[in-house]
Design a protein around this ligand. Structure first.
Ligand code: NAD
Ligand code: UGA
Length: 464
């Protein structure tokens, strides 16, 4: 089969950018991205895309209406497609068996059932969502138990490794593409067909093929390794603060060893984002189910350290402000989980803000890309503790860093947006209460210059 039409179920942070790049690089393939949310599809078809991602607008502008379509007509897209990506969300379960740890596969299952109901010709179904090992078996069972005469399915695993904020570059210049499938002639043929799609722009040597379960586990493993590096450097940041060592110098020295490498060694207030915590919890749950408690405990510690780091940083803010922040104004700069994205899922800024709110602080937030409604949504989420009334009365959203800092007792930098490095801190000092405090949770500011202005400065992994 030559792949002429692709359908993607799920128009989120992965489905949208991934399929836009496929459409860009494969002008001979028609790509339709579907979502059950009409609002999301309307946004993809508008001038203001639902997600902020550098370079994405440009790609969508080039391809939309040519060979890239965003649609709610899921039935038509499934029926026409040769290959279907399942790129739906796989959040952590919030109730029932495995609550707080296991991945909730209800959206993956419903996508598989939709395909089973609607397909009238052979399909390659590709699991793009991040899932527990053996999840492809669920998709296989649902599809093969409902097969209509003349319809055959091949199920592949093709996890996505893009990071938000750099998604387009990560997709266009992918270091590796991973494709897992069944070790049967038909399974291998399906792998080759998906390889053909990627080979439009990815060198064949960068496309790795494995069995399905290795592919699924490799995705969880890659995220666990990345998060583990951050927890490792964050653990050392506490040692640095206690001893006078500087965590950036330690990271530079350690990372110079080519076996370790320099990337992903930036100490921070802890990692956020929709996936690291979710995927490690998923791995932990898997290990527990496989009766491997020691392995589960090992990975649990990566998460424990991350919670410790967020708490440690917030405690430092409170202690420095004479152990009380009640009625003090605190400016939070940055609310997204990292720079160059408007995504706030599991952002460490949420933890910092909520803890300070619980202590009675008055919070003013500025983020260059996160909308006001999104911030209020995160702070009043039912799974967290802050009362909506307290959030409403004690949180203000500002449109500049300067207005957020006016009258503030302290500035807490939570996200490493580049624009924060070039703020006029003399001007900020003048409008803040004195003594004026800066807590640099990302270690990106010039601390000596700030001290010379008159600020009291604290950061991560360095005693000042
Ligand atoms: P997302 O929440 O942004 O998007 C998922 C979309 O799927 C939603 O718009 C939802 O409405 C839609 N959906 C759910 N069920 C559907 C159905 N049956 N039919 C059609 N649409 C449906 O999620 P995301 O961030 O894009 O993540 C998707 C998957 O990719 C997750 O498993 C995640 O772990 C993984 N992943 C995410 C990233 C990332 O950077 N966000 C990177 C790599 C992998
Ligand atoms: C991460 C992985 O990097 C991707 O490969 C993966 O595809 C994706 O998860 C996923 O599966 O969802 P993402 O979460 O978008 O991507 O962003 P990262 O750049 O990994 O940053 C995650 C968090 O770690 C951020 O809060 C970031 O600030 C923090 N971080 C990162 C550090 O604290 N220190 C570092 O050195 C690097």
């Amino acid at each position: 089969m030559v792949i002429e039409k692709i359908c993607c179920l799920g128009a989120g942070y992965v489905g949208g950018p991934t399929c836009s790049v496929i459409a860009l690089k494969c002008p001979n393939i028609q790509v339709t991205v579907c979502d059950k949310s009409e609002e999301r599809i309307n946004q993809w078809n508008s001038d203001k895309l639902p997600i902020y991602e550098p370079g994405l607008d440009d790609v969508v502008r080039q391809c939309r209406g040519r060979n890239l379509f965003f649609s709610t007509d899921i039935a038509k897209s499934i029926q026409e497609a040769d290959l279907i990506f399942i790129s739906v969300n796989t959040p952590t379960k919030t109730f029932g068996n495995g609550k707080g740890r296991a991945a909730d596969l209800k959206y993956v299952e419903s996508a598989a059932r939709m395909i089973a109901d609607l397909a009238t010709s052979n399909k390659i179904v590709v699991e793009k969502s991040t899932v527990p090992v053996k999840a492809a078996e669920i998709i296989m069972k649902i599809l093969r138990a409902n097969t209509k005469p003349g319809v055959e399915y091949q199920i592949l695993s093709n996890p996505e490794f893009l990071a938000e904020g750099t998604a387009i570059v990560d997709l266009v210049e992918a270091e590796r593409v991973l494709i897992g499938g069944e070790d049967t002639p038909d399974g291998q043929k399906a792998i080759q067909e998906l390889c053909w799609v990627y080979e439009h722009w990815i060198p064949a040597k960068n496309i790795l093929t494995t069995n399905t379960w290795s592919s699924e586990l490799s995705k969880l493993a890659a995220n666990a390794f990345l998060a583990q590096r951050i927890s490792s450097i964050n653990s050392l940041s506490a040692v640095c603060e206690a001893t006078g060592a500087d965590v950036s110098e330690v990271a530079r020295a350690v990372g110079r060893d080519s076996r370790i490498g320099p990337k992903f060694l930036e100490a921070s207030i802890g990692f956020g984002g929709s996936c690291f915590q979710k995927d490690i919890l998923n791995l932990i749950y898997l290990c527990e189910c496989l009766n491997l408690p020691e392995v589960a405990a090992y990975w649990q510690q990566v998460l424990n350290l991350n919670d410790y780091q967020k708490t440690r940083f917030t405690r430092k803010v409170i202690e420095s402000l004479f152990n009380t922040v009640t009625d003090k104004k605190i400016a939070i700069l940055g609310f997204s989980f990292k720079k160059n994205t408007g995504d706030t899922r599991e952002s460490p800024a949420i933890h910092v803000t909520k803890t300070l709110l619980d202590e009675g602080a008055r919070i003013r937030i500025y983020d260059p890309k996160v909308e006001q409604d999104q911030i209020f949504y995160e702070l009043t989420s039912p799974y967290l503790t802050s009362e909506p009334e307290i959030v409403k009365s004690n949180v203000e959203i500002h449109s500049t860093a300067y207005s957020a800092c006016t009258g503030a007792h302290a500035l807490v930098l939570c996200t490493e947006w580049d624009e924060f490095k070039s703020l006029d801190f003399k001007k900020i000092y003048e409008v803040m209460m004195k003594p004026a405090y800066i807590f640099d949770g990302r270690k990106i500011l010039n601390h000596e210059a700030l001290q010379n202005i008159g600020f009291h400065v604290q950061t991560i992994g360095k005693r000042l």
